[in-house]
Design a protein around this ligand. Structure first.
Ligand SMILES: CC(C)(COP(=O)(O)OP(=O)(O)OC[C@H]1O[C@@H](n2cnc3c(N)ncnc32)[C@H](O)[C@@H]1OP(=O)(O)O)[C@@H](O)C(=O)NCCC(=O)NCCS
Length: 224
């Protein structure tokens, strides 16, 4: 067998093993949707530290094979989240397109993380390598309201877009959704995001809304 074919076979085997074990490990270690921050963080730590399958070999991060895993954000993620928030494409896709200052962003994050009501649930999307090292690739956020409903938003770092990560990440995050109904408000022109949400089980709700910018509402219901 040629060296290049062997390499390609090896990569395929690693990818298959890694994908399967990541799904199993995630299911085994998932904290319940109403878990505390500490429970959620502990579940994520168990995922990366206890599964021997993660110690096989590192996949090529330029061609990631495994799906991203959400873990709760901490204050140590402030810089990463700040860069993601100020990225021009992220700002273009949001309803608040202005640039933020780091000090304001950090204060916002600190307040959200220490809110006892946990009205904002912020998850960091990780690609976890078999050796346990993890790469931050994006974020998913739930904003809860009082009617057992939450609004979800997602953003991936520029180099990880267009690789099919959004849908599996949304599916995993929704398993931890803090509400029975989750809605997404997506700008009309953001077809990429609309497709990713539709594949994750969201359905269009109502007509195009004109404000604060033309957008559609997509809805997801637990168990639907
Ligand atoms: C929106 C976002 C989360 C989507 O994640 P992603 O991993 O890049 O999306 P995917 O790779 O799964 O692609 C989703 C769909 O769009 C298509 N797509 C992806 N990139 C594309 C591109 N540059 N041009 C055209 N179609 C594209 C994919 O083919 C896929 O469609 P398909 O399933 O019919 O093949 C990500 O692009 C992002 O973070 N964008 C900036 C922030 C943002 O827009 N957030 C959403 C706010 S609601």
């Amino acid at each position: 067998m040629k060296l290049s074919s062997r390499k390609s076979l090896l990569r395929t085997l690693i990818s298959v093993a890694f994908t399967a074990t990541a799904s199993i490990a995630s299911a085994q270690t998932a904290a319940p949707p109403n878990a505390s921050f500490a429970d959620e963080f502990a579940a994520w730590q168990r995922l990366v530290s206890s599964n021997p399958a993660y110690r096989v070999a590192a996949p090529d991060v330029r061609q990631p094979a495994a799906d991203p895993v959400p873990r709760p954000a901490t204050l140590a993620d402030a810089r990463f989240l700040f860069r993601l928030r100020n990225d021009p494409v992220t700002r273009q896709s949001s309803f608040q397109a202005g640039r933020l200052r780091f000090s304001d962003h950090r204060a916002w994050l600190e307040a959200r993380l220490s809110d006892p009501a946990r009205r904002v649930r912020l998850w960091i999307a990780l690609l976890v390598r078999p050796d346990g090292a993890a790469l931050r690739i994006g974020q998913v956020r739930f904003d809860c309201d009082v009617r057992n409903r939450a609004e979800i938003s997602i953003a991936l770092a520029p180099r990880f877009r267009g690789r099919g990560h959004a849908t599996p990440l949304l599916v995993r995050a929704l398993a931890k959704a803090p509400a029975m109904r989750v809605l997404a408000r997506i700008r009309v022109e953001n077809e990429i995001s609309q497709r990713a949400f539709a594949k994750a089980g969201f359905r269009r709700h109502g007509a195009v809304r004109p404000r604060p910018a033309r957008h559609v509402v997509l809805l997801w219901r637990r168990g639907a």
